[in-house]
Every structure is written in structure tokens, then in C-alpha cells.
Design a protein around this ligand. Structure first.
Ligand code: DGT
Ligand code: CA
Ligand code: CA
Length: 574
């Protein structure tokens, strides 16, 4: 069974955990964490890159040593360093690091002094009052640990959509190859393109259920079988993701797909409509008394309720049923509507490919323009450009545009919005560009008033074009910064600026609800890859998914415009 990026990332994180508990060099620990993040966010499988003979050291944070470890894991399924670390310390110890308030030093002390290896043993030691006696712990710490353990138990882990997609793709291919299987669809929050999923819900139609269930539960990816019957099974994959599989009859396929796509709130609203019509809807079909009136496909289910087909991304009971009733469902934007990408990086700063390779990769996807927006000098960690570096890049873009056919590079910058709302490069430098993408990369904890004001002031700048990743959140890692987003959106409208929907799987920012506000205010949203290498353009599909969740149509999205129309919009007058 193939090794996924998420599996390699999990091993690297586990290595980092062990090294932390052992008190290893912090740089070494960070290297494993960074590599894990790189792998988690990589839109292609590392094993595919290796098969193609690509050099993994091109990837951010991957040096020779880590590249060799990735190859070892892909080739053998094992990592000798991790095997050694697991022999030195019991594996459950690393789980203790997940408890808030327990750093590596404390975990080391708990293990050596009290032989605490698992979360259960930790809870017991706290309840027995044994922890307070340890040097550096005390009664208060003991109480906090107990509370944290209880909170930890009630917390369920969610997976980023792009990570879940790695498993969904493999399992779908696996199930399609099982004899007798006709259709395979991943339903649930995955089909609704939610930014994170709790588990995968897979629907299959097949000649018979039990052979499918048997093959599925015996699949190499499966770590634990939670339940298995004639037509359903629940398993936990080695990567920790739960998967629910159901085999349904073909005549029920549409009804089951509808039911298991959800959301739960949408289903409840649908059932209410059915009741008013004297119908009953469940996962087997739509019924009038005993008679089945629909269920083979989703279109028939909605039609029987007097509704048009509702795209999965809208099924959240946020007005889609009323809109469907009134014939006012949006015609959602599609990936094929995109004409260009307005946020990408190159080797000149923290990207990994040159201008030409980025241009050719965008062209290969059918895009006709690509804005190069490297970082500005304030972002020193990314080797941001100063005016001279930017001028050189602009000259190179001019030369390439002479030579390239079918794709036009636009000159831009991802300029830091400084704490006082000024931009990180002088006016006359920004004025020579095709577009200026402003971004907050520092001072995330300003008060709501200050943070909002900072961004409004940046937008007042005559050359400001677009606000990058407007909420600043990193999924699972950083909350959005505290700003008055409706006010920012209205200000964008007044100033003629645009908002980015950053398609990076860890960002997906604008949030879906904010897309709706932007649409209502008439502010165009640009679905941008923020590519740092040629393969990152593949992330645009997640951005489009988020835009669809935000009800955006083709006309609401800036980069569906032709190059000529875009250029007119970029030359906004104040
Ligand atoms: P997740 O897994 O937390 O990301 O979110 P979902 O939406 O995939 O939720 P999940 O896996 O618990 O259930 C899949 C679908 O099954 C859900 O979207 C709607 C349907 N469903 C589950 N439980 C219920 C229920 O109690 N009532 C109704 N009407 N539908 C349900
Ligand atoms: Ca689910
Ligand atoms: Ca489920």
C-alpha cells in the first residue's frame, strides 16, 4: 500500500516529539517539524515526485538528510531513526505532549519519576495526588493537568481537506478495483468541501455488500476496525482518520448520497419540506406511503420535493433551500472559469522555482495570466525584495513576456502592511507595478480597533490593489486576527480594492461566510494559489471549493476576467 505524505509527516512529528523529550538540539527538532508541515501541505504525493525522479531537496525545509529519510519511508514503509527512538522511549509518551501545559521537560520528569507513560496513567497520577510532589509541579499544576486531560478526551481531531483528500483518493481507487463495485463516492463534509473533515463517509453500490466490506476492512491502510456488518463498516486508518463505509442498493443511491452528504442541518430542513408535501425522505428513498417516488439519483430526490439540484457546497442550511425554492440558486464558479492567478512567489524570495517555470506551469493549467508577487523587504525571513531587487525582477518579466506565448506575467508584490498601516515600499516603486497585494505578516495581536484601522489605512494607499489572506488564520494553528471584517469589506468597496481568497490548504482565507459578505457588497474576490512552487497551482481547486461554499459565481471572482478586462479593473481611479 502506498505511503502518503500525511504518513511521512506523522513520522517526522513523532521523531520531533521524541527528540524534544530527550532534550535534543532545538534546531534539529524544528527541522523535523518544518519538514512535516511541508509534506502535509504538498499538493502531490512525495512518492509520485520520487517516481518522476524529482529532487526533493527543492522543497522548503528538506535537505539531503530529510530527503533520504523520505525516500527510506516511501521505499520500505519504515524509518530506522524512528524505530530506534521508539525502542528508547515508550511510544505513548509522545501523546503526553498533546496535553496543554505539558512540555518535554515535564513529560520527561513524569516518565522518569512516576513512570507515567500514557494519558490514562497521567490522569490517575493526578487524581492520586502524586504529581504535586514532583519538583517544579505543585498542587495548582496538578489540578491544571487534570483539567487539561479531561478537555483533551472530549476533543476530536479534524483533518485538513487536502490531507483527507490523500486518503480519499487512495481508498476510492482501492474500492473501484474491488470486483462487483459499480459506484464509489466520498460524501459527508468532504463532498461539501469543508476546510476540515472529521471523518470520511464513503458510499458504494455493488452487486453484493459483504465482499466489499471484507476487502475494505482488510485494506492495508486500516489500523483498527471499529465495526463491520453486511453493508457497513467503520475503521480508523493508520493515519488516524476514521472512515465510514456504506454499501447501498442502486435504487437508493441518490437518497443515500443526499443523506450522507449532509449537512445534518440541510437534511433536517429537507425532511421538513417533505413532510409538508406528505412525503417521507430517508437514506433509502423518497416515499409516499409505501410507494417509492424517487431515490436513484440526487436530482430525482430534489425534484420530488419541487426543488432543483442543490450543489453540495451549499448544503449547510444557510438559505440554499429558500433560494432553490425561489429559483435563485447561484451558478457557482468552477475551476475551469479561472483565467489567471494573482499571487505567486519565485526563487527571488521564498519560492522554489524561477519565473519561467512558474509561467509555464500556470500556462499548462490553462491560465493566461500570472501575477508574480514576491515578498517585500520587511519580511526578512523570506528574503523580501528591496526596490532594486524588485526593479530587476520587473525587467526580467518584461523580457519573458516578449518571449512567452499564451501566458502573460504581471508585475506585482506581496507588500507587508506595517503596524501603522503604511506599506513596506515607497510609492513610486509600487506605482510602477501592475498590482499591489498587501498582507499582514506581523503584530497579529493588536486590538480589534488598531488592527482594523491598520488595514483600512493600508487600503487608502493609492496603489493598494488587494488584501491577501484577509483573516490571517492558519487552520488548526492560528486563529483569525481580531478585525471588523464587514467594515474592511465595505472599505474595499469604497476604495475599489479586491479581496483575496487564498487557496493554500492551511489558509482557505477569506472564510466562506465572508465571501458572502463580499458578494453582497459587490467586492470582487480573487482565488489565488499563493504558489511557492510549480506544483502549488494544484491548490486552486481548494480555493474554488471555498469560493463555492461562499456562494460565489463566476462574475464575483476577479480572476475569471480576461486579461484585458482585468487590466481595466486594475487601473482603478480614485
Ligand atoms: P464531519 O465528519 O464532522 O466533518 O461532518 P459530516 O457532515 O461529514 O458529518 P458525519 O460524518 O457525522 O455524517 C455524515 C452525514 O450524515 C452528515 O453530513 C449528515 C448525515 N447525518 C449524520 N447524522 C445525522 C443525523 O443525526 N440526522 C441527519 N438528518 N443526518 C445525519
Ligand atoms: Ca464525515
Ligand atoms: Ca461519518
Amino acid at each position: 500500500m502506498p505511503v502518503h505524505n500525511a504518513d511521512i509527516a506523522a513520522r517526522f512529528n513523532e521523531i520531533a516529539d521524541y527528540l524534544e523529550i530527550q532534550g535534543a538540539n532545538p534546531f534539529r527538532i524544528r527541522a523535523y517539524r518544518n519538514a512535516a508541515r511541508t509534506l502535509d501541505e504538498l499538493p502531490q504525493e512525495a512518492r509520485t515526485l520520487l517516481e518522476k525522479g524529482e529532487d526533493l531537496t527543492r522543497l522548503p525545509g528538506i535537505g539531503d538528510d530529510l530527503a533520504a529519510k523520505i525516500r527510506e519511508i516511501v521505499d520500505t514503509g519504515r524509518c530506522s531513526l524512528l524505530d530506534r527512538l521508539r525502542r528508547e522511549l515508550p511510544p505513548a509518551v509522545t501523546e503526553l505532549l498533546q496535553i496543554p501545559g505539558l512540555g518535554p521537560k515535564r513529560v520527561r520528569a513524569l516518565y522518569h519519576e512516576l513512570e507515567v507513560q500514557t494519558v490514562e496513567q497521567l490522569a490517575r497520577a493526578a487524581r492520586d495526588g502524586r504529581i504535586r510532589a514532583l519538583p517544579g509541579f505543585g498542587e495548582k499544576t496538578e489540578r491544571n493537568i487534570l483539567q487539561a486531560v479531561e478537555a483533551h478526551a472530549s476533543q476530536t481531531r479534524r483533518f485538513k481537506l487536502a490531507v483527507a483528500a490523500q486518503y480519499a483518493d487512495t481508498l476510492t481507487a482501492f474500492l473501484r478495483a474491488v470486483p462487483g463495485v459499480v459506484q464509489v463516492t466520498v460524501a459527508g463534509s468532504f463532498r461539501r468541501m469543508r476546510e476540515t473533515v472529521g471523518d470520511l463517509d464513503i458510499l458504494v453500490t455493488a452487486a453484493a455488500g459483504s465482499p466489499v466490506i471484507q476487502r475494505f476492512t482488510a485494506c492495508d491502510e486500516v489500523a483498527e476496525v471499529l465495526s463491520a456488518g453486511g453493508t457497513r463498516a467503520s475503521v480508523v486508518l493508520k493515519g488516524g482518520l476514521q472512515v465510514d463505509l456504506r454499501v447501498v442498493e442502486r435504487q437508493s443511491y441518490g437518497a443515500a448520497l443526499c443523506y450522507f452528504t449532509g449537512s445534518k442541518a440541510h437534511n433536517i430542513a429537507i425532511r421538513r419540506i417533505a413532510q409538508k408535501l406528505g412525503l417521507k425522505v430517508n437514506e433509502y428513498g423518497v416515499f409516499r406511503g409505501e410507494e417509492r417516488v424517487a431515490g436513484e439519483d440526487e436530482v430525482s430526490v430534489y425534484r420530488s420535493l419541487g426543488l432543483p439540484f442543490i450543489p453540495p457546497e451549499l448544503r449547510e442550511d444557510r438559505g440554499e433551500i429558500e433560494a432553490a425554492h425561489a429559483g435563485r440558486l447561484p451558478r457557482l464558479v468552477e475551476i475551469s472559469d479561472l483565467r489567471g492567478d494573482l499571487h505567486a512567489h519565485t526563487k527571488a524570495t521564498d519560492g522554489h522555482d524561477c519565473l519561467r517555470d512558474m509561467a509555464l506551469a500556470a500556462k499548462a493549467l490553462g491560465l493566461v495570466y500570472l501575477a508574480i508577487t514576491d515578498h517585500s523587504r520587511h519580511l526578512a525571513v523570506a528574503h523580501g525584495l528591496d526596490p532594486l531587487g524588485l526593479a530587476r525582477q520587473c525587467e526580467e518579466i518584461d523580457r519573458l513576456n516578449q518571449e512567452l506565448d499564451g501566458i502573460t506575467l504581471l508585475k506585482g508584490i506581496e507588500v507587508d502592511i506595517l503596524e501603522d498601516g503604511s506599506l513596506d515600499l515607497p510609492d513610486e516603486v509600487l506605482g510602477r507595478l501592475d498590482l499591489v497585494v498587501g498582507a499582514v505578516h506581523s503584530q497579529f495581536h493588536l486590538s480589534r480597533a488598531k488592527q482594523t484601522d491598520r488595514i483600512l489605512r493600508a487600503m487608502d494607499h493609492p496603489h493598494f490593489t488587494m488584501l491577501a489572506h484577509p483573516s490571517g488564520r492558519l487552520i488548526g494553528r492560528r486563529e483569525p486576527y481580531d478585525v471588523d471584517m464587514p467594515r474592511i469589506i465595505r472599505h474595499a468597496r469604497d476604495r475599489g480594492c479586491f479581496l483575496e481568497l487564498n487557496a493554500h490548504p492551511e489558509r482557505l482565507d477569506l472564510l466562506d461566510s465572508q465571501c458572502q459578505v463580499a458578494k453582497e457588497e459587490g467586492v470582487l474576490v480573487s482565488v489565488n494559489s499563493d504558489a511557492h512552487s510549480t506544483i502549488d497551482f494544484a491548490n486552486l481547486k481548494y480555493g474554488v471549493g471555498q469560493a463555492r461554499r461562499g456562494w460565489l459565481e463566476k462574475d464575483d471572482v476577479l480572476n475569471t476576467r480576461s486579461l484585458a478586462a482585468l487590466q481595466r479593473l486594475l487601473k482603478r481611479t480614485l
